[in-house]
Design a protein around this ligand. Structure first.
Ligand SMILES: Cc1cc2nc3c(=O)[nH]c(=O)nc-3n(C[C@H](O)[C@H](O)[C@H](O)COP(=O)(O)OP(=O)(O)OC[C@H]3O[C@@H](n4cnc5c(N)ncnc54)[C@H](O)[C@@H]3O)c2cc1C
Length: 391
């Protein structure tokens, strides 16, 4: 656990310094640059590659594969600081944190050497595809199947809402082996090149102001070599879960970063804007909701750091509960912060110039993905409180 000796509730000096450096780098780009790119249909590749070169993108990847040898706490800090500067990079959740973790843990030596260096420096981004149109939240119902054909695998299925296919060389696809159709989920993970024959992706028009897009994916008899399978064919669930706790921790830090950004802008505006005799921040109706957001954000950050510390210490079970709670708290804090930031800005809150209204949708997505708030409440009701399963 990366905490200081003086207090276990404060991150280490090294982690805090990392945050400062990432914030400095992201600050050179900033929110206006990010939204201009998004509105023009352009990408944020410059920033992506710069954080890759600086070693921040692959900070959680083992050093022998081009990474920084750090933990999820480190990459989550990077993700949060980028978002706090108004440059949230969703693909950080996917490429280094989910795919990087799964391949680092379960890939063969050859697979690690092939994919991890590109994930770490940003030149070989990997998307992640589990969600399917008919299965939705119920991943046990996914039907994307892989069958063996000689030395090869043949993959068929459909995926939806998959982020960043247009920016990725490969996508880690969760499928199931054909003989496992009868009942229990037996997921298997395959690395699929996005330019493979039979692989098609169509962008879904979204209301989120972001250069990162979501896609519907059609996988039609895509032939893959034997070593496209990551990990053990029978080790499915455990391998998948290795990526899901990091996913929740990263999603939480993405939300807390956006929340901090919204709150910073709102507080700055509340200090400046005067319509009666004092700045609007002097009115408690404006000040209190912002103060409330500050408290909620700090609580969510603390839980996120706890989840990361447990995960990095190898306590997968403890990390599971904390990561779910952190993700819930962070998404709630972010939605409220964005809403309060819009209100603080009055009419400017919904102008493109101030860019606050776009945050409503961006933060709102955190209540839905990668796992919905309802499924987290289900998890906590069942696992933390011992209540019966409701579905
Ligand atoms: C911006 C964005 C990016 C995404 N990126 C990716 C990606 O890169 N890769 C990927 O694989 N997926 C991705 N997703 C998909 C995301 O994980 C799913 O949208 C999410 O899991 C919810 O699934 P669904 O949309 O099918 O909703 P549904 O499963 O249809 O659920 C609809 C509603 O019903 C509720 N519900 C369902 N079952 C229950 C229950 N048992 N109890 C209580 N409530 C229930 C849900 O909480 C939700 O509110 C992304 C989604 C978004 C919005």
């Amino acid at each position: 656990m990366s905490t200081s000796t003086e207090s276990p509730f404060q991150e280490s000096q090294e982690r805090r310094e990392l945050r400062v450096q990432v914030a400095k780098l992201a600050g050179k780009y900033g929110r206006e640059w990010f939204t201009e790119r998004a509105r023009a249909g352009e990408k944020t590749t410059d920033l992506w590659l710069e954080i890759g070169r600086a070693g921040y993108l692959g900070i959680n990847i083992p050093e022998e594969y081009g990474g920084g040898g750090g933990g999820i706490g480190d990459i989550a800090a990077v993700c949060e600081e980028l978002a706090a500067q108004g440059c949230p990079l969703l693909l950080m959740v996917v490429s280094p944190a989910i795919c990087g973790t799964i391949i680092s843990r379960y890939g063969t030596e050859v697979q690690k050497q092939r994919w991890l260096p590109g994930i770490a420096d940003g030149t070989g981004t990997m998307a992640f595809a589990i969600t399917e149109p008919d299965a939705g939240t119920n991943s046990h119902n996914i039907t994307t199947t892989a069958r063996r054909d000689g030395d090869e695998w043949v993959l068929t299925g459909r995926k939806i809402w998959i982020s960043g296919i247009d920016e990725a060389d490969n996508v880690l696809v969760v499928a199931r082996t054909e003989d496992a159709r009868t009942g229990k989920l037996k997921p298997c993970l395959f690395v699929v090149p996005t330019d493979a024959d039979g692989f098609e992706a169509h962008a879904i028009p979204m209301e989120i102001v972001s250069p990162e897009k979501q896609f519907q994916v059609f996988i039609d008899d895509v032939r893959l070599p034997a070593d496209a399978l990551v990990g053990d064919e029978d080790g499915g669930l455990v391998q998948l879960f290795a990526g899901l706790n990091p996913e929740r921790i990263m999603a939480a830090s993405f939300s807390t970063g956006l929340a901090r950004f919204a709150l910073d802008r709102a507080a700055a505006y509340a200090k400046e804007r005067t319509v009666f005799k004092d700045p609007i921040g002097a009115h408690q109706a404006i000040a209190h909701p912002l103060a409330q957001s500050h408290i909620e954000i700090e609580l969510a950050r603390l839980m996120t750091q706890k989840a990361a510390a447990l995960y990095d210490a190898g306590d997968d079970l403890g990390a599971g509960e904390a990561a779910n709670m952190a993700k819930y708290a962070a998404a709630e804090a972010a939605c409220d912060a964005a809403d309060r930031a819009v209100q603080t800005h009055g009419g400017n809150g919904i102008s493109q110039e101030y860019g606050m209204a776009g945050l409503l949708v961006a933060t709102r997505a955190g209540r839905i993905a990668p796992v919905s708030r309802e499924m987290i409440l289900n998890f906590v009701a069942m696992h933390s409180l011992g209540l019966p399963k409701s579905y």
